[in-house]
Design a protein around this ligand. Structure first.
Ligand SMILES: O=C(C[C@@H]1CCCCN1)Cn1cnc2cc(Cl)c(F)cc2c1=O
Ligand SMILES: [Mg+2]
Ligand SMILES: [Mg+2]
Length: 567
């Protein structure tokens, strides 16, 4: 394609509201334009890359017998009423009303649609398993869209759904998808790790997230070098090894602690270590309040709390709610004398006694508080975040942390939707059974961004050849120079026979052309400049910066070699 006909509005300066590298480069390379917060247009270069990523996704889906369909973004609320999810999603679910006053959701995901589609068609176990997928825009009204395509409100997802008569069949498809995802991320040259994840509200039991490694990633992965163990930190199990250090139970004592609000302040005031302090938190679970106790040097893991209570509705109680229940302010809360609400504690709280805790009175705390004598813990459990260096649940060694961008997730859904929506099949005994489901998502537009996060330098993007918008970038330095223009035109025509060629034929200064070429990041570059008269051109490899003076007669061979050596 000639750049004089193209639409690549590159920018010179970095847009200041773009915090992530990929967001900056997507804007600078003229690949996206923001329409609204979290809503973007994909411009020609981005669209070409998306097409290539989607082509790889399609190939890998077809390879495991997953068949492409296309479902509507407009989802009638009736289906969400059937699944019971209409009331359970708040502002994130974009809703609208049609001209007849009927309510719709703009699809954030398609479990309801696909289940209603399949239940009307597949009646017998003989017709199962079936796996269907689509690639389509999704809508989620994120509270804080950020980092460009990494967290948008309208984004492109490949979502697949599978229907089974048996758990074994679901397991086979789950494994197929797991391998297909690994193939896809390898083929787009993305460094990734599959991690054990939490299935959250979607239900089901078993799920893995695919994390692209990148500092900007909002997820933290706990992994070990010794094995392929990796878990989203939300889910990473803490192996509780009792390390009981109890002393003689001392008498409960109330101490005046003016201005002490945090665990650290309490530790400093009492001349104790942070891990000798126990924090008390009031959590709202559904519509009731509970207290959680956790050691001063640990953090409460809200996802583990949600999973324990089996609900998404878990949040820290507000100051007003705390005062209403405890008649005390956060910063001086404690379990002593609390019997109106249940008390839960992280396992590690059992290791120490004679605890320093809030006295439920501003500026006062207790020392020597002891479970059993002074308060009752309803249940101890794994309620905290794992810390770097602690042992991995599979015994493969101490965990390390890394940041990741969630670019995919595979779920075993079970019968949550088929039960609720009466998607049944007749089994071999002719008995109606709910179909067993799996669902599998890839963030296609997010994957594009993750590739940029992992493949760029200070001058711009460095596309892996599998998804590069073009293979070869031909640049004529000065098209006004007849010899240069003719040679460049000729090379554009010749190389277009075997490669996808972007041809910078613009009347622009050389510097502008080279800057733009670095930004756009086509893997190989042929520069037709002053030495055109001698039949010499310059070849540049974008990834390494290597440059070669090449006689036109050797150019085809040189490009072939360099292209095959590209990652
Ligand atoms: O989407 C999934 C699970 C899988 C992911 C892979 C493809 C199929 N679905 C989970 N999820 C995430 N955010 C959501 C946001 C809204 Cl507003 C909603 F109404 C529903 C969901 C929701 O269900
Ligand atoms: Mg997540
Ligand atoms: Mg997820």
């Amino acid at each position: 394609m000639k750049q004089s006909k193209m639409f690549i509005p590159t920018l010179r300066e970095v847009p200041n509201d773009a915090e992530s590298k990929s967001h900056q480069l997507l804007l600078k390379a003229g690949m996206i334009k923001q329409v609204a917060s979290g809503v973007y247009s994909y411009l020609p270069i981005a669209k070409r890359v998306l097409n290539k990523i989607e082509a790889i996704v399609r190939e890998e889906m077809e390879a495991i017998d997953s068949v492409e369909i296309l479902m509507p973004a407009l989802q009638p609320s009736e289906l969400w009423q059937e699944s019971g999810r209409w009331p359970s999603y708040g502002a994130e679910l974009m809703r609208m009303t049609d001209r007849h006053g009927r309510e719709f959701a703009l699809g954030p995901t398609h479990e309801e649609i696909i289940t209603s589609l399949v239940r009307d068609e597949l009646k017998s176990y003989k017709k199962l398993p079936v796996t269907l997928f689509q690639i389509q825009n999704k809508f989620r009204d994120e509270k804080r869209p950020r980092f460009g395509l990494l967290r948008g409100r309208e984004f492109i997802m490949k979502d697949a759904y599978s229907f089974h008569a048996t758990e074994e069949s679901l397991d086979a498809t789950y494994q197929d998808m797991y391998r297909a995802y690994s193939n896809i991320y390898n083929r787009v040259n993305l460094k990734f790790r599959p991690v054990i994840a939490d299935s959250g509200a979607i239900g089901g039991s078993h799920t893995h997230e695919f994390m692209a490694l990148a500092e900007i990633g909002e997820d933290t992965i706990a992994y070990t070098d010794g094995s392929d163990y990796a878990a989203n930190i939300e889910k990473a199990e803490v192996v509780y090894t009792p390390n009981v250090q109890h002393t003689e139970e001392a008498a409960l004592e109330k101490v005046h602690t003016p201005g002490v609000k945090t665990a650290q302040q309490l530790a400093d005031t009492l001349g104790k270590q942070l891990d000798e302090i126990v924090k008390s938190m009031i959590i709202k679970v559904d519509d009731r309040f509970v207290m959680f106790l956790i050691r001063g040097h640990h953090e409460l893991n809200d996802v583990k709390v949600k999973s324990y209570f089996g609900t998404e509705v878990v949040e820290m109680a507000s100051e007003a709610e705390i005062e209403g229940i405890m008649n005390a302010k956060p910063g001086s809360l404690g379990p002593v004398g609390v019997d109106k609400i249940e008390i839960y504690a992280d396992n590690a709280v059992q290791d120490i006694n004679n605890l320093a805790v809030g006295a439920n009175e501003t500026n006062y705390h207790y020392i020597n508080a002891n479970a059993g004598r002074d308060f009752t813990v309803k249940e101890y459990g794994d309620f905290r975040f794992i810390m770097e260096g602690e042992p991995a649940a599979d015994g493969s060694g101490p965990v390390k942390f890394a940041e990741g961008i969630e670019v995919g997730q595979v779920f075993k859904l079970g019968t949550k939707y088929s039960q609720a929506m009466k998607a049944t099949f007749l089994d071999e005994q002719g008995k109606a059974q709910p179909m067993i489901m799996g669902c599998y998502g890839i963030g296609v537009s997010r994957t594009l961004s993750a590739v940029i996060e992992q493949h760029h330098d200070d001058n711009g993007i460095i596309w892996p050849k599998s998804i590069a918008p073009y293979d070869v970038h031909v640049i004529s330095v000065n098209p006004k120079q007849e010899v240069q223009k003719e040679l460049a035109d000729q090379l554009y025509a010749d190389f277009s026979a075997h490669y996808q060629v972007l041809y910078d034929d613009r009347q622009e200064r050389a510097g502008v052309k080279f800057n733009d070429a670095d930004l756009i990041g086509v893997p190989l570059r042929i520069v037709v400049g002053k030495q055109a008269a001698e039949g010499i051109v310059e070849v540049k490899v974008r990834a390494t910066g290597e440059k070669f003076e090449v006689p036109v007669s050797e150019l085809t061979a040189k490009i072939e070699t360099l292209y095959s050596d590209l990652a």
